[in-house]
Write a protein that binds this ligand. Structure first.
Ligand code: HEM
Length: 557
């Protein structure tokens, strides 16, 4: 007997072999066609979405940029939660607070992973980037715990004198060199993050570390942006293409090298400082000293811990750039903030963080900036680690989940004229929703910062930065559109010019930033001279150029 007939029933085994092959081949063919036909198909009990095409699913309609906008459009057609297929991969978009609560907050054990990203892993391997790292991985846990500690409310409160001092320099930078306002904001957020993390602040945009960060970070984000690189996660076979034929591999290699060099250099500075017994009492010094206790047993854990905190500060600068855009685009709102600030603060001193509770309109203005143009319109993607059924709907294992903050903040059902800039909505209701509406009961503060176990650890950092800087900006300066030299007319800024990608950064634009009076300027200069007291502890390793700059502009006052 042949080996095949040994495993077949006797009636079938009695047939000649050819008779068996025909039905077998036919079933195989039918199964293969069925299997291939079902690649890209949405299971019946999954959230609805645009119709799929066999094999490619929704790839033919998948947006190439500004994904949040297309997802929002689809949510109006298909419902609060939508799903998309790309081959056998599933993308699920959560477009309401209730959907976020059900999946991200309540089922956080199932939804706290990040999707695997081959490119991110090539740049920061071994789960060393907290933002892209896999959930419950030991490395991620160590990094998350350490960064949560640094960024705790208490810690950020204790760092406020330094944050104020950096914010004072930002006002001074605006007054001296208003054309480069966009870059001065980047200096501010990067310098503050460098200061608290490494004790290595940067007085100038040209300071080595700011320059290095502003060189590396955009390349890093660009490499991770959807559509800018070949889709290696969809087709991992692409990773086998030799480097000489794969330009993207060379780009990734360069970004990785720059990344490592920059963070290694920063860490070495801290180590040298400790060896010399010159501690500046900053976070990475603690991390080096307590490396064993904190579980930072490998050097690359220490290197990447600092990196993560710096990378987070990028969103803070995008938000402040968005504030300037809103001030220029909405002069009425600017005027109302100013009247309030002048009433509370007067003109003989600049606002402090203690004034903020007395500035409700300015607080509403900040809330509206965050609602109108959220800096992270899709947050960071989550990934399902197991199947979940919610109200009979399947959220399958391995599906990628997006929190569509843009859709949540522009939902006509809950917001009055959501596409208009109306800070007053936050005076009428703390969450800015319509008076008469029955709100989504799951709406909460801080929807902008994600949820579940991956919620942004930098909330206090980000909020304090806005609460200090926005009153400062408005107290000190008049923000207005650039004037067209030919017509003499103002050129309104484009309120839709935001980068597509993980962070919706406003594009650079020109505007006029004018100190309100000589009195305001004098206050800024005096305050900047006094700020030296809080800035110098973070200036142990300044370059000769940076020292000369401080001596000329700050310390000689
Ligand atoms: C306006 C400013 C900011 C916004 C809107 C923002 C928003 C977000 C969002 C939406 C996430 C993903 C949350 C999720 O997966 O559900 C996130 C993650 C993260 N943010 Fe922020 N963020 C801001 C500022 C900051 C700052 C200043 C830092 C640090 C200095 C920071 C550090 C991080 C880190 C480390 C993660 C990754 C957490 C993880 O995956 O476990 N963020 N942020």
């Amino acid at each position: 007997m042949s080996s095949t007939s040994a495993i077949l029933p006797a009636s079938l085994a009695a047939l000649p072999a050819g008779h068996l092959l025909v039905p077998l081949a036919a079933s195989l063919l039918i199964y293969s066609v069925y299997y291939v036909y079902n690649i890209g198909a949405r299971a019946r009990n999954m959230p609805p979405g645009p119709p799929t095409v066999p094999i490619i699913g929704n790839l033919n309609v998948f947006p190439k940029s500004h994904l949040h906008m297309k997802f929002t459009e689809w949510s109006k057609i298909y419902g609060d939660v939508i799903s998309l297929k790309v081959f056998n991969n599933t993308v699920i978009v959560l477009n309401t607070p209730t959907a976020v609560k059900e999946l991200i907050d309540k089922r956080s054990i199932a939804t706290s992973n990040r999707p695997k990203s081959i490119l991110a892993d090539m740049i920061t391997p071994h789960n060393l980037n907290i933002g892209t790292g896999h959930y419950a991985n030991e490395t991620w846990k160590v990094l998350r715990k350490a960064s949560t500690q640094l960024l705790s409310n208490e810690n950020i409160r204790s760092l406020q004198p330094y944050q104020h001092a950096e914010a004072t320099q930002l006002m001074w930078d605006f007054s001296r060199d208003p054309e480069n306002w966009y870059t001065h904001i980047q200096r501010f957020t990067t310098s503050f993050a460098l200061g608290i993390t490494y004790g290595k602040r940067a007085p100038r945009v040209e300071s080595k570390d700011v320059k290095a960060f502003l060189h590396v970070q955009p390349q890093f984000l660009h490499a991770l942006e959807f559509g800018t690189m070949p889709p290696v996660d969809l087709f991992p076979i692409l990773t086998y293409v030799p480097e000489r034929f794969a330009h993207w591999k060379r780009v990734v290699k360069t970004v990785k090298a720059l990344h490592e060099e920059m963070y290694e250099d920063l860490l070495s500075t801290v180590e040298r400082r400790l060896e010399k017994g010159q501690a500046a009492n900053v976070f990475m010094e603690d991390a080096v000293i307590k490396a064993q206790e904190w579980g930072l047993t490998r050097r690359e854990l220490l290197t990447n811990l600092g990196g993560v905190l710096l990378e987070g500060s990028d969103t803070s600068s995008a938000t402040l750039q968005g504030v300037v855009l809103a001030l220029v685009a909405f002069p009425e709102a600017q005027k109302k903030c100013r009247e309030e600030i002048d009433r509370v603060v007067g003109s003989d001193r600049a606002p402090t963080h203690d004034d903020f509770p007395n500035l409700p309109y300015t607080a509403a203005f900040i809330e509206e900036v965050n609602r109108f143009r959220p800096v992270s319109p899709l947050g960071l993607p989550h990934e399902m680690v197991k199947d979940e059924i919610v109200d009979g709907v399947l959220y399958p294992k391995d599906a990628v989940l997006f929190i569509n903050t843009w859709a949540i903040f522009h939902d006509e059902r809950y917001y009055d004229r959501p596409h208009e800039f109306i800070p007053e909505r936050f005076l009428k209701h703390p969450l800015g929703i319509k008076d008469e509406s029955t709100d989504d009961p799951a709406r909460r503060q801080n929807m902008l910062f994600g949820g579940g176990r991956r919620v942004c650890p930098g909330i206090a950092f980000a909020k304090t930065s806005l609460e200090i800087n926005v009153p400062n900006f408005i107290w000190a300066f008049e923000f207005s559109p650039e004037i067209d030299a030919a017509t003499g007319k103002p050129i309104p800024p484009n309120i839709n010019n935001f980068a597509s990608g993980i962070t919706a950064t406003p594009g650079r634009f020109k505007c006029t930033i004018k100190p309100r009076s000589q009195n305001h300027l004098d206050v800024i200069e005096r305050q900047f001279a006094k700020a030296a007291e809080f800035l110098t502890p973070y200036e142990l390793e300044l370059s000769p150029e940076d020292r000369a700059y401080n001596a000329k502009y700050r310390d000689s006052y």
